[in-house]
Design a protein around this ligand. Structure first.
Ligand SMILES: NC(=O)c1ccc[n+]([C@@H]2O[C@H](COP(=O)([O-])OP(=O)(O)OC[C@H]3O[C@@H](n4cnc5c(N)ncnc54)[C@H](O)[C@@H]3O)[C@@H](O)[C@H]2O)c1
Ligand SMILES: O=C(O)[C@H](O)COP(=O)(O)O
Length: 389
């Protein structure tokens, strides 16, 4: 039986992927085997020793202590692309609301007292809410992953020119990205030629304050900046200065911060990017399935810190071993199997950065399982050993 703690509301269709026969959902336990969450900040949460896996029902994992999890041999799963369409649709809406003064105009209309002269007042006041069309304008897309590709392709369909930048473009993205998207060599190149700029990169120590004074200086004057990725990507002080100077005409963001609330040229939504029933369900299903397959079979798919590693279940016992990515680890593991006369049926070893992970399917298990496990743990650089029967 596995105990799963949820740290946010997770769509019930996702939790239904964890059969009651083998899983208990307990949101109060301090010793879960698995955690499922959305944006809950896990950085200050103590990780219990028996925690086996964390699944983020969404894309961004900056709220999860990845390094600490890797150190403890805990895979962190996410739901790549599971909410990309929801974000794309909100970004498209934001292209329009950053241009046409829909939000300000609507607020103004709501504020006028209904009177005999309403029509006249509206016709006189509407000149204050003029905004340009997006047709024929240039959109710069920074980050061409699941969301960036959808946004770039959709903007082409709306008659925009699109320039994109992603130095780590994946094969998957390259397959889906329209060839009409111009490839830029640098972020500076993108912001210098774009009337609209949209950010779709993860937040990390490397990307924090990507949009800073320097990049604002290189931005085409009067550009509109959309941020549906993470608040920390934009340096707020530099942003407010850029709005003051007119470098940026409008900023639309999904990440409220007290410094930007109430600014006439900033439109803020309450982190709504993935808040559609479709995305909430997709992500919950992807996260729960990844967690279930890891807990049952040791299979790894969609992990941000572990390599993909899968062996279809064939009824035989399996040992899952994570270790630091060093030489001669397989040789040392195999020696322990030899010592206990265990025949290996299948073995997959994959690595990701400093971490490697093995699934070893065996024909039998030794009589003294505890000694066997202890010998595996005794190998230097082994992090976690799981015996799955
Ligand atoms: N507002 C929301 O509710 C919401 C919803 C989903 C995702 N997000 C945010 O959007 C981010 C992107 O989501 P995604 O699903 O497209 O992720 P993704 O992993 O599919 O794509 C991210 C892309 O950014 C690229 N990248 C990384 N560093 C870069 C850099 N320095 N310069 C340019 N490109 C860089 C990567 O190569 C990758 O292609 C997430 O990390 C998350 O923070 C927000
Ligand atoms: O990174 C993500 O997937 C989004 O920010 C969505 O976050 P949420 O699941 O808390 O809405």
């Amino acid at each position: 039986m596995f105990t799963i703690r949820t740290l946010n509301n997770i769509a019930s269709v996702g939790l239904a992927k964890l059969p009651k026969k083998h899983f208990t959902i307990d949101d109060t336990t301090a010793t879960p085997d698995g955690i499922i969450l959305r944006s809950f900040d896990m950085h200050n949460l103590e990780l219990n020793d028996n925690l086996l896996a964390v699944a983020r029902a969404g894309a961004g994992t900056n709220n999860v202590p990845i390094e600490k999890c890797s150190h403890m041999g805990i895979p962190v799963f996410n739901a790549p692309g599971g909410n990309a369409n929801a974000v794309k649709e909100l970004v498209l809406a934001s292209l329009f609301i950053s241009s046409r003064r829909i939000v300000a105009g609507s607020k103004w209309v709501q504020s006028i007292a209904a009177s005999e002269t309403l029509d006249k007042e509206i016709e006189a006041g509407k000149k204050n809410f003029v905004g340009p069309e997006i047709l024929g304008k240039t959109l710069g897309v920074i980050g061409l992953g699941a969301i960036g590709v959808l946004v770039a392709n959709a903007a082409l369909d709306l008659g925009m020119d699109v320039v994109g930048y992603d130095p780590f473009l994946s094969l998957e993205s390259a397959w889906h990205l329209s060839p009409s998207v111009e490839k830029a060599d640098s972020m500076e190149d993108v912001v210098a030629k774009s009337d609209y700029i949209t950010l779709h990169i993860p937040l990390s120590d490397k990307t924090r304050h990507t949009y800073n004074d320097d990049l604002f200086t290189k931005t085409k004057p009067g550009a509109r900046l959309l941020n549906f990725a993470r608040g920390g990507l934009v340096d707020t002080t530099a942003l407010l200065a850029a709005l003051e100077k007119g470098t940026i005409a409008r900023y639309v963001t999904d990440f409220p911060e007290k410094e930007i609330l109430g600014h006439e040229n900033i439109i803020v939504t309450p982190h709504l990017g993935a808040s559609t029933p479709e995305s909430e369900e997709n992500c919950a299903i992807m996260a729960a399935e990844a967690l279930r397959d890891y807990l049952y079979f040791g299979n790894v798919k969609n992990s941000v810190n572990f390599p993909n590693c899968t062996i279809p279940y064939n009824g035989k016992p399996r040992i899952a071993v994570s270790h630091r990515n060093k030489v001669n680890m397989i040789g040392q593991l195999a020696a322990v199997f030899t010592k206990y006369s265990i025949n290996i049926d299948k073995l997959v070893n994959n690595s990701k950065g400093e971490l490697a992970y093995n699934i070893i399917v065996c024909d039998s298990l030794p009589e003294n399982e505890d000694d066997f496990i202890r010998d595996l743990y005794a190998i230097s650089n082994v992090i976690k050993v799981r015996l799955l029967k």
